[in-house]
Ligand binder design. Structure first.
Ligand SMILES: Cc1ncc(COP(=O)(O)O)c(C=O)c1O
Length: 516
């Protein structure tokens, strides 16, 4: 994705934090056949914030900070060590052997790994202040609620650049009482959902509401999507179409195997009610075209928010969804951003505790957003862990993450092209095209699942990639294949990971070709 259409930021928020110096753990390379110079073992400066909660008569202290990889990165003693090398020590899961060799985790598009800061936040919640939120008046419940609501604010922050810089530099002051008095921090437009999928299904509610409130002159409403959407962005709209008679219109791919934005533009008409697209470089233009005909835009940012700066205000999107588990946070929680005026006008889509104002036997009145859309006990610990993940990413700086991943993406793409008989899907990286650090590919006459199995289990490689349709069957059908293999990277990956992957892939291809 070219970054030109996106507002970029670089957060640095260390000035108000207590700084301590301590030794980072040495990273032990588990694969004895690899060179230990690949990874760093060093002494440097890091930062830690402590927060204490009183539990009964005892006081418990714990760290709420992400490890300060950002600070380590700024240490000139580390020279040109990459972000991947610097952040790897923060991810305990990466330091293990799989099938007799170093784990090389390249399945980040499916889910990301979790840094120690997130693991600690989850453990701290359950150890120190587990309680239901919004229900009790006792101490634990109050702390739980404050931390939960703080997480909501962080989600909003990550997608709102203008407030981000101000807020993250104020992070230590972000006590809920202060936040509550910040009227510019409109948390009402962030819904925390127990499942990311709820956010998409919330879209059913959006459309039903649009259809019943919009004037469509007796015509059936159009919903525009691309054939490259994830199933979770397609299936809810099929349910909408069954219920309302709305017509789903799909945009295909252009010659570069990217969504054909020119064709998409031609599809707009006054009948268009909503456009559903994953976050592409042309999102800004799509929003303009949609708003021109009175349609709304829902952006699936699951694969962009974890890797780059996303600014809902400058994009002017109406709704945007993302998942915690792809952003180094826990599973089971995600968020939906919606413009406040839209959310306020919409009815609830789930019934249950906490989403009401008053309940009578024959009817109920509803709470204001976001509570209106958050029925039942939420995923409290997970939301708090999600907040810790956002802190961690913010300290690294989303722009730094993006820049490093663009470099990794190019390296991955070019390295893959050296493999015989390979087809890598999508446009090549160029001056105008920044690829995400992810490649879906097929190698002639070798099933992608065989490739994934061999990379994992054979030739002492321990490389984790994905194979299958990746929840994008319409896209695969369009490309004329049932499945593809996919290697997807995150900022804690390194070029050595790519080298190991390519070596494993070449070994696998040679093995299968030896039977020809
Ligand atoms: C673009 C996109 N949208 C939606 C999803 C679904 O997210 P979740 O796994 O949280 O349901 C994914 C997951 O792979 C995705 O890549």
């Amino acid at each position: 994705m070219p970054s030109s259409t996106l507002t970029l930021f670089n957060l640095c928020c260390n000035s108000i934090m207590e700084t301590v110096v301590h030794k980072l753990p040495s990273f032990k390379l588990l694969n004895p056949t690899s060179s230990s110079s690949h990874y760093c073992s060093t002494t440097t400066t890091t930062t830690r914030n402590s927060k204490s909660f009183r539990v009964g008569s005892r006081r418990r202290s714990f760290s709420i900070s992400a490890s300060a990889s950002a600070v380590r990165e700024d240490n000139p003693a580390l020279g040109s060590v990459s972000l991947g090398h610097i952040t790897r020590p923060d991810f305990p899961i990466l330091h293990q052997e799989v099938n007799g060799s170093r784990l090389v985790y390249l399945d980040n598009a499916a889910t990301s790994q979790k840094p120690t800061a997130v693991l600690n936040a989850l453990q701290n919640y359950y150890e120190a202040y587990n309680s239901n939120v919004h229900r009790g008046i006792h101490y634990l419940s109050a702390v739980g609620k404050d931390e939960y609501e703080l997480a909501r604010k962080k989600e909003r922050l990550l997608s709102m650049h203008r407030t981000l810089e101000r807020l993250f530099s104020l992070r230590m002051l972000l006590k809920p009482s202060i936040c509550n008095s910040c009227d510019w921090l409109d948390c009402g437009s962030i819904l925390l959902h127990q499942f990311h999928i709820s956010s998409f299904n919330f879209s059913i509610s959006i459309t039903l509401w649009l259809l019943t409130n919009g004037t469509n002159g007796g015509h059936k409403a159009f919903v525009i999507l691309t054939i490259a959407e994830h199933h979770s962005a397609i299936v809810p709209w099929q349910l909408v179409a069954q219920k309302t008679g709305a017509i789903l219109k799909f945009v295909s791919l252009n010659q570069d195997e990217a969504p054909d934005v020119d064709k998409l533009r031609q599809m707009f008409s006054r009948k268009t009610k909503i456009v559903v697209v994953h976050h592409v470089s042309n999102t800004l233009e799509i929003v303009l075209w949609a708003h021109d005909v009175g349609a709304k835009v829902l952006v699936d940012a699951c694969q962009s928010v974890p890797h780059m700066v996303v600014n809902v205000q400058s994009l002017n999107v109406d709704f945007l969804v993302a998942s915690s588990h792809k952003m180094c946070g826990p599973t089971g929680v995600g968020f939906l951003y919606g413009k406040s005026e839209l959310l306020s006008a919409m009815p609830p889509f789930l019934g249950g505790g906490e989403m009401i104002s008053d309940v009578f036997l024959d009817h109920s009145t509803y709470a204001e957003p976001p509570s209106r859309f958050e029925a039942g006990t939420p995923a409290i610990g997970e939301a708090i862990g999600f907040g810790a993940a956002i802190d961690y990413l913010s300290r690294l700086g989303m722009q730094k993450i993006h820049d490093y991943e663009i470099e990794l993406a190019k390296y991955l793409y070019e390295s893959l092209l050296s493999v015989p008989n390979i087809h890598v899907y999508g446009p090549a990286p160029s001056e105008n095209v920044d690829r995400a650090a992810l490649c879906s590919f097929n190698v002639e006459n070798i099933h992608p699942t065989d490739i994934a199995t061999f990379l994992d289990q054979q030739f002492q490689h321990g490389v984790a990639i994905r194979s299958g349709h990746h929840c994008a069957q319409p896209l695969h059908r369009h490309l004329g294949v049932n499945a593809s293999a996919r290697a997807s990277l995150h900022f804690y990956n390194t070029k050595e990971d790519v080298d190991d992957f390519i070596q494993a892939l070449n070994d696998t291809v040679n093995f299968f070709n030896s039977f020809k």
